[in-house]
Design a protein around this ligand. Structure first.
Ligand code: ADP
Ligand code: AMP
Length: 223
């Protein structure tokens, strides 16, 4: 068993299930979920300079600049809770981000434990993303078809009734996001394979099966 704190990367297109699985790993293994998408949405909502620069890019389904994303991630990773294990959700997404992550981890004396590729079909992703909504109070994720709360409109976790849908979760923008994924992010699968840290999971399976596959990997890497 390694005494290094785990660094897990979840790779996969929009809708692959990165956020769903990262939240479960956070709850069950005490890891910290680091979602650059969530950080950027918070920056947009707060109207920070980074948020103002990112807003239109995100609405168009393109990738925000490495400079902005790295600044936001580095600031978050400097916080003490990140000394525990982390799950990177939606980062890295470009060669430049992957290289910067290697450097950041080397500076902290850490390394990547596993990069898990959630493997899915593009067409199914449009339905997954279009049907996604979250509880505005606690952030729990749901889906019109695949993950309904026990009582329609009410969060299973916190009882909240303010469900939110993302502005960029429409069929047109999803297709742009999938293009960005294939052009700029998918090549990272080979990058992590060459490093010997890649694991692949069939993420077309139901949520619980994906969680079980991930559990077999995280168990092996001693999260
Ligand atoms: P990502 O973070 O990779 O963009 P999410 O975790 O938000 O993706 O999942 C997208 C949507 O698909 C959510 O509404 C979620 O409930 C649903 N979902 C996630 N994993 C699966 C799965 N294995 N099968 C069916 N639906 C899923
Ligand atoms: P996500 O929540 O991961 O689906 O990301 C939503 C949007 O935020 C993406 O479509 C991008 O515009 C932006 N984004 C999130 N993470 C990154 C990243 N690592 N690099 C560039 N853009 C990002």
């Amino acid at each position: 068993m390694s005494d290094e704190t785990p660094v897990l990367i979840l790779l996969g297109p929009p809708g692959a299930g990165k956020g769903t699985q990262a939240r479960m790993l956070e709850e069950e293994n005490g890891l910290i979920q680091l979602s650059t998408g969530d950080m950027l949405r918070a920056a947009v909502a707060a109207g920070t300079p980074a948020g103002l620069a990112a807003k239109a890019v995100m609405e168009a389904g393109a990738l925000v600049s490495d400079e902005i994303v790295l600044a936001i991630l580095q600031e978050r990773m400097a916080q003490p809770d990140c000394n525990k294990g982390i799950i990177l959700d939606g980062f890295p997404r470009t060669d430049g981000q992957a290289a910067a992550l290697d450097q950041l981890l080397a500076d902290q004396g850490r390394r990547i434990t596993a990069a898990v590729s959630l493997e899915v079909d593009d067409e199914a992703m449009v339905e997954r993303v279009s049907g996604r909504y979250t509880c505005g109070a606690c952030g729990e994720g749901y889906h019109d078809r695949f993950r309904k709360p026990a009582k329609a409109g009410t969060c299973d976790k916190c009882g909240g009734t303010d469900m939110k849908r993302r502005a960029d979760d429409n069929a047109t923008t999803v297709r742009e996001r999938l293009k960005a994924y294939h052009a700029q992010t998918a090549p990272l699968i080979a990058f992590y394979e060459a490093k010997g840290v890649l694991e692949r999971i069939d993420a077309m399976a139901p949520i619980a099966e994906v969680t079980a596959s991930l559990g077999r990997i995280t168990g092996r890497v001693a999260v």
